[in-house]
Design a protein around this ligand. Structure first.
Ligand SMILES: [Ca+2]
Length: 504
């Protein structure tokens, strides 16, 4: 009877849904809707991209199968120096009643179009922001402290407020659930939201978060400096191959399956000295300076004054990805923090970074881009769910960073059992930054998050797959930290069914 009454009531409710075009006259606080137009199925083209696909070149068009949607663009100006571009995409039909905000990568500076497309393909209304500047570099931050605030947290929160307003205005009904989905900078943005604006989301998916940004960027240059200490320190690709082979030889089989993937690199004490050239050999081995460089890279960055850890190290198994941080030039994404925020000198020399200055850098940042507040009690207090993941072979953000943050939240909250229904971290063996790699690296965190938030079903495992040339060739469960997937002893080691999540 109660159900019948409710459905009659719902059916009788008038809808106040607006037309797409009418959204352009919607009034926003500290912002303006700049356009609102219906995009026909499959017709979206990335603005300014010659191929309409955002530089995807000959790859498949990620927008070809999109349903019709209302595309809203807005400019937000919470400060006088702000120029935050936002897009809100609203499925024209079959809206699932929910909102999914999507994150950025690196220094952002661009709308995340493919992530928007993924979200609306699932029926979500979605939004993305360029975080308040154009371009992938940190150059904008030079003498623009308000824009740096926009990048750090304000653009995301302002976007959320405006997107919710636009969505509810368009559909004429309240949003049932709100989610954040992002990796790397997007992971940082998700954690920042949980820390600063705990009521913005019901669920947050935060992959490989760049949340300890100042330390992350300092550590990135620790890796760079390691291979430039002497003229003989640099690790060429062949040297990385030598290291990688030695790391696998030492660590791969420890997890019970020799498959080219080290399930838990921290269980293996790999000493790169085993690759040192002996007896006059010059190939297939490393010179002493290269071994020293590798040792530095496998070691946490520390403050030389007090030995305090600045950031955890790259792990054995990740060697083939070192070409970015341990490259011929410092990685701009990291060096830009020091060029444009700390030293205000575009020509600053990354070799001059003194790790004894880390406290000074933190002081300058003042908690702006270091998003490490472990107190998530307000987010957890309304049953907010946080799903984190990180690849053990991450070559850009050391995976230990996620473990450190997880542990800090657990400690603050009174132990793992206290947070287990609100925060779960999934470490992915053999996965590189956000996806890819030799280990299973494709998974559906969004569906797990939906089940967690909407049905109260916490994720006990996350099924991951690895593909070669588009064909799945192995599957494996990813387990909530500190559990790991352990081989049952029988069955196909390429099949997830042969593994169980166990605490070790
Ligand atoms: Ca293995």
């Amino acid at each position: 009877m109660r159900t019948l009454t409710l459905s009659l009531l719902l059916a009788a409710l008038p809808t106040f849904a607006a037309t797409c075009e009418s959204i352009s006259s919607l009034k926003l606080e500290n912002g303006t809707v700049t356009s609102a137009a219906v995009i026909a199925p499959g017709a979206f083209q990335v603005p300014g991209a010659a191929d309409g696909k955002g530089g995807k070149g000959k790859g498949p068009n990620p927008y070809a199968n999109l349903p019709s949607f209302c595309r809203v663009t807005a400019t937000l100006t919470p400060s006088k120096d702000s120029d935050i571009k936002v897009e809100v995409w609203l499925p024209a039909s079959n809206w699932n009643g929910k909102y999914q905000a999507v994150g950025n990568g690196g220094w952002a500076g661009v709308i995340s179009y493919t992530a928007l497309a993924d979200a609306i393909a699932r029926g979500y209304a979605s939004s993305s922001t360029d975080t308040g500047h154009v371009g992938a570099r940190g150059t904008f931050a030079l003498d623009h402290s308000e824009k740096l605030i926009d990048y750090a947290y304000r653009s995301e929160h302002e976007m959320v407020l405006k997107a919710k307003q636009i969505i509810e205005n368009f559909y004429g009904s309240p949003i049932r659930y709100s989610y954040w989905v992002g990796c790397s900078t997007g992971g940082k943005q998700g954690l920042t939201e949980a820390q600063r604006y705990p009521n913005d989301f019901d669920g947050i998916v935060a992959g490989a978060p760049a949340n300890y940004m100042i330390h992350l960027h300092a550590w990135s240059l620790w890796v760079y400096q390691a291979v430039h200490k002497t003229p003989n320190s640099f690790l060429e690709t062949k040297d990385l191959q030598t290291l990688h082979a030695a790391a696998l030889k030492a660590c791969d089989a420890l997890d019970g399956v020799s498959d080219g993937v080290i399930d838990n690199p921290r269980k293996c004490k790999f000493d790169p000295a085993v690759t040192l050239c002996a007896n006059g050999a010059t190939s297939g081995c490393l010179n002493a300076d290269q071994v020293a460089a590798a040792k530095q890279i496998y070691t946490a960055a520390t403050n030389p004054r007090n030995k305090a850890e600045i950031f955890p190290p790259l792990e054995p198994g990740s060697e083939m990805g070192w070409t970015i941080l341990a490259g011929k030039q410092p990685a701009d994404v990291a060096a830009d923090t020091f060029r444009f925020v700390m030293f205000k000198d575009p020509n600053w020399d990354a070799m001059k970074l003194d790790f004894a200055d880390i406290d000074k850098f933190d002081k300058t940042d003042n908690g702006l881009n270091n998003a490490i507040n472990p107190d998530l009690s307000k987010f957890f207090g309304h049953k907010g769910r946080l799903l984190m993941y990180h690849g053990w072979n991450d070559q850009l953000i050391a995976p230990g960073n996620s473990i450190n943050y997880y542990n800090s939240v657990a400690k603050k909250s009174g132990g793992v059992p206290k947070i287990d229904q609100n925060l779960r971290l999934f470490m992915a063996p053999g996965m590189t930054h956000c996806n890819g790699g030799d280990g299973p690296n494709s998974f559906d965190a969004v569906t797990l998050m939906e089940q967690w938030v909407e049905q109260g079903k916490a994720p006990e495992k996350m099924l991951a797959s690895h593909s070669t040339a588009g064909q799945v060739d192995r599957t494996r469960p990813l387990c909530p930290f500190p559990q790991t997937a352990v081989y049952n002893g029988t069955g196909d080691t390429k099949d997830a069914a042969s593994f169980s999540c166990k605490a070790q």
